[in-house]
Design a protein around this ligand. Structure first.
Ligand code: ADP
Ligand code: MG
Length: 263
């Protein structure tokens, strides 16, 4: 039989040669309903350590609901979701553990307006991870430097631009030292001139080996960093392919139609 190595040849179009061999997320036959509305239909997805996945699809196709299920902000009703070897069930302890390992960045930043940038970044490390304050602050400053806004540490979110706030939101998530980062349209609420500064931070993060699932319509980002692009429509995963194949040779009519509209 073929070995693992011969199955991942150097010639692969994917930019990542450092993707691990083991799975960090497994979604199997997953369904979700909101009341009578069947919002997610038989989703199957395996993500390996260090993989970068871009999820796209029309508005209302279930992208947000899907990634929110992965950190248990939403519950699924059928099938399995396994994150870092833990199956997501109703067990409260394991919900806490999955939230510690999975960072999330939202379209509307969701920073606490009454806390400074530094306090926003330290809150969860101190209260959830029980990190001593001094250490939490030192870590927060490291991440604020990494997203290039250490000088904003003592300001309140309302005093920052949208792009700066989103970079704080990314730093805040990273302060929990997550194994996986979920992004839900992180640039779609930003003015055009601020999109790049957020994408640059995400590109840098992708280069660091972080496992990332990004819902985004930034197709340039998808081409640059994604190992795979997933297209969702009507609550289903319609197509999944490496970016080059996805953009140059989409197989499904629904994918072709979507790409025509956005490109
Ligand atoms: P996307 O992120 O792809 O735009 P969503 O996951 O937000 O899609 O929504 C998928 C579908 O589920 C939409 O039809 C939306 O109206 C519906 N939906 C989202 N959240 C809820 C909710 N809390 N209750 C009922 N329906 C919802
Ligand atoms: Mg959404």
């Amino acid at each position: 039989p073929m070995t693992e190595q011969t199955q991942t040849p150097e010639t692969q179009s994917s930019p990542s040669t450092d993707v691990g061999k083991s799975d960090i997320i497994r979604v199997e036959g997953m369904h979700k309903w909101y009341g009578d509305f069947h919002v997610l239909k038989d989703l199957n997805l395996t993500v390996r350590h260090g993989e970068r996945i871009v999820i796209c699809g029309p508005s209302g196709s279930g992208k947000s609901t899907f990634i929110r299920c992965i950190n248990r902000l939403e519950e699924h009703q059928q099938g399995k979701i396994i994150v870092d070897d833990v199956e997501l069930t109703d067990d409260v302890r394991q919900i806490d553990s999955v939230r510690r390992e999975v960072g999330m960045v939202f379209q509307h930043f969701n920073l606490f307006p009454h806390l400074t940038v530094l306090e926003n970044c330290c809150l969860s490390p101190i209260w959830v991870r029980k990190t001593p304050r001094k250490e939490a602050e030192a870590t927060a400053m490291e991440y604020l430097e990494r997203v290039k806004i250490p000088d904003q540490a003592n300001k309140f979110p309302g005093q920052l631009s949208g792009g700066q706030q989103q970079r704080v939101a990314i730093a805040r998530a990273l302060c929990m030292k997550p194994k996986i980062m979920l992004f839900d349209e992180p640039t779609s609420a930003l003015d055009p001139e601020m999109i790049k500064e957020v994408l640059d931070v995400m590109i840098e993060l992708a280069g660091s080996g972080m496992t990332m699932l990004c819902v985004t319509h930034e197709m340039g980002f998808a081409k640059t960093v994604a190992d795979r692009v997933i297209f969702m429509d009507g609550g289903e995963i319609v197509e999944e392919a490496p970016p080059h194949d996805f953009f140059t040779n989409p197989q499904e009519p629904r994918t072709q139609k979507f790409l025509k509209q956005i490109l």
